[in-house]
Design a protein around this ligand. Structure first.
Ligand code: UD1
Length: 379
């Protein structure tokens, strides 16, 4: 029997997580996977470039939801995803990460019944299996939209695949049954390891006039950091002190670009290289060769850990504690003192780390093998 799985991706950080999963399904005889792109991100440099560079097949379904308030965007994904489920009648729906598309699709699946029942190790069922990859992460910060998305998605998913050991503990504390969760490692790192050689061949350093180890890389897009003009000015003012030592490369997310203009921030072109969002391969080359990465992203905390590059996280909390405990991540918050203290650690060479367990390039294969067992498709 062939099991049909719908994989959902919607926003930039989803694409590098879905790519290895699609390949792993393709390599397994029991599965037929299709890709749904919700269209939460639609700009070429937030979406198409990742499909091209990571050789992700064209989506089978495009929902084209676009931007909007949280309620509007989430509702739009739900309305457009429900008829796709009815037509495709999948045995499982797999969502990744914590963006609005993740919770929107999970919520539709949780209340959807297929025409025909099918068997799993959990018994016969009519609802498609709801699968969440990168489950269990918790920042403890309920003001963060992604935290709501994570908690709700986990609570209505059947299978929870976990990347950070703390994620297993979080789920246990929330009373999740052991058979619903599996520690598999990090699919985003599958993509990084598969693309590393190609990324290192990128000419981005020459193109930007940079020298390996003699620049910093900055990303900022969290609403809590960029939506308040005073906070945005404060963070960039602090980073500007670091920019006196070496240039800071700042690929600006569209949300941040709008806020920079509103806040009247002007960054000195002698110290800053302000760029549009950068494709995956060039960005990985920049990350791997930077002296330090300063960010409020989640995924970049993980990528720097694997690349052994110091990361200063400009947030008060992280849902990815293994990057601090084992990796190269320093959680600075937003205070000037803590950010500069993190930077001083980097300069003194203190930020060493190791690669966490199972962040080895094989996480997607583990997930698909486990799903085959659940669906009794492993021979
Ligand atoms: C979303 C995710 C966030 C993720 C980030 C990565 C949620 C709640 N947030 O945040 O977890 O880290 O993506 O980038 O799902 N825009 C464009 N072009 C696009 C998409 C958006 O210009 O292709 C602009 C629009 O003005 C939009 C704004 O960016 O209003 C924000 O986009 P949105 O998808 O709402 O949230 P992100 O901040 O990107």
């Amino acid at each position: 029997m062939t099991f049909r799985i719908l994989c959902v991706a919607g926003a930039r950080p989803n694409f590098m997580k879905i790519a290895p999963l699609l390949r792993a399904f393709d390599a397994h005889p029991a599965f037929e996977a299709k890709l749904v792109h919700t269209g939460q991100h639609y700009d070429d440099n937030l979406s198409k470039v990742f499909f091209d560079e990571l050789r992700i097949p064209r989506p089978d379904r495009e929902l084209e939801v676009g931007s909007g308030s949280h309620a509007k965007q989430t509702a739009e994904v739900m309305q457009r995803f429900e008829p796709v489920l009815a037509e495709e009648q999948p045995h499982g729906v797999l969502v990744v990460g914590d963006v609005n598309s993740t919770i929107a699709c999970a919520l539709v699946v949780a209340k959807f019944f297929r025409d025909e029942p099918f068997d799993t190790i959990f018994g016969s069922r009519k609802r498609p299996l709801m699968i969440h990859v990168e489950a269990g992460l918790r920042s403890g910060d309920w003001d963060m939209p992604e935290e709501i998305n994570r908690i709700l998605t986990d609570s209505i998913s059947d299978l929870l695949y976990v990347s950070d050991p703390a994620g297993m503990e979080n789920l246990r504390k929330e009373g999740v049954a052991a058979q619903r969760m599996e520690f598999v490692g990090n699919v985003m790192i599958d993509t990084l390891l598969a693309a590393k050689e190609k990324a290192m061949a990128s000419s981005v350093l020459e193109d930007m006039g940079l020298e390996q180890g003699r620049f910093g890389l900055v990303t900022l897009h969290r609403p809590s950091n960029v939506d308040d003009p005073a906070m945005l000015r404060h963070i960039l003012g602090t980073l500007d002190e670091i920019a006196k030592d070496f240039p800071l490369v700042f690929p600006v997310h569209p949300r941040t670009r709008a806020r920079l203009a509103d806040a009247g921030v002007e960054l000195d072109p002698g110290r800053w290289i302000v760029a549009k969002p950068i494709g995956y391969l060039d960005f990985m080359k920049l990350t791997a060769t930077a002296k330090v990465v300063l960010t409020d992203s989640g995924g970049i905390q993980e990528e720097t850990t694997v690349l052994g590059v110091p990361c200063i996280t400009i947030r008060e909390n992280t849902e990815r504690p293994v990057t601090m405990v084992e990796g190269t991540n320093f959680l600075a918050g937003t205070s000037r003192e803590k950010i500069l203290q993190g930077y001083a650690r980097v300069v003194s060479g203190e930020a060493a780390g190791r690669v966490p367990q199972f962040w080895d390039g094989k996480s997607a294969t583990r997930i698909v093998a486990h799903m085959a067992k659940v669906l009794r498709a492993d021979g």
